[in-house]
Design a protein around this ligand. Sequence first.
Ligand SMILES: Nc1ncnc2c1ncn2[C@@H]1O[C@H](COP(=O)(O)OP(=O)(O)OP(=O)(O)O)[C@@H](O)[C@H]1O
Length: 253
Amino acid sequence: MSLSVHALSVRVHRAQLLHDITLEVAPGECLGLIGPNGSGKSTLMRSLAGLLRPRAGEVRLQGQPLARLSARTRAQRIALVEQQADTTDRLRVREAVELGRTPYLSPLRGWSPQDDARVDRALAAVEMTALADRLWHTLSGGEQQRVHIARALAQDPEVLLLDEPTNHLDIRHQLALLALVRELRITRVIALHDLNQALGCDRLALLDGGRLRAIGRPEEVLTEAALRRHFGVGAIRTTDPSGQPALHFTHAL
Ligand SMILES: Nc1ncnc2c1ncn2[C@@H]1O[C@H](COP(=O)(O)OP(=O)(O)OP(=O)(O)O)[C@@H](O)[C@H]1O
C-alpha cells in the first residue's frame, strides 16, 4: 500500500514541529527516516500513524486521506512501534502480543485459532516464544522492544512504522530485526540513528529542523557534505571488506 504525505505541517503547543513535508512511500518500499536529535522523526512517524492531527496538509494511505478512515480500519492497515512505548497494565508477554489482533475482533468475529497462530508466529519472529508467559514489567528493555515489534507484526499491517526499533537491542537482535524488516513485503518506514544500518534501506528521507532536506537512494542522501551539514560530523564514505558501502565517522565538528 502506498503512503504519501502532502504539504504536511504539524504544530504542538505553538511549536511548529514539521514544516511543509511532501513525500511518497511506494507499496512494498522500505523508507529510512534519518536526522539529528529533535529533527522531527518521531513527530512524522506519529503523523503517519494518524496519531497527530496536522495543522496543514495530510497523510494519505493508498490515495485516501488517513483522517477519513475509521480508527479500526487504520489499525488494521498501519502498525506503529514507538520509541518509548510502555504499559502500566499487568500483562503477560503473550497477552501484550495478542493486543495486535484487536482491530480484527468484533462481537461477530471472536478470537479464533488463526489469531493464536498469528500470535505464535509473531512471538517466534522476535525470538520471544520462550518468554511468552513472563510478566511484561519483568522484561529487560530489549525484550520489551521485541514484544512491541511482535505486537505490530501480529497486527498484520500493510504499513509498518518503526521508530528507532534497534534501540535497546544487542547487536545480534539488531541485525536479526533488520533482516526481518528487510524480508517483509509490506510498506515500511523506519527511523534509524545508525546511519550504516540506514544504508540498507531502499531510500532515505533526511529531516533537519522539522523540514525534509533530502530524499533519495542512500548514497545520494548520505553524502559527506550532508553528514557535515546536518549531523555535524566528519565522515568518509568507504566500502567494507564485503564490498558494501559503509560510513566511517572521524570526528564531531
Ligand atoms: N509536545 C511537544 N511540545 C513542544 N515541543 C515538542 C513536543 N514534542 C516534541 N517536541 C519537539 O519537537 C522536536 C522534534 O521532536 P521529535 O521527537 O519528533 O524528534 P526526533 O527526530 O524523533 O528526535 P530524536 O532523534 O531525539 O528521537 C524536538 O525539538 C522536540 O523537543
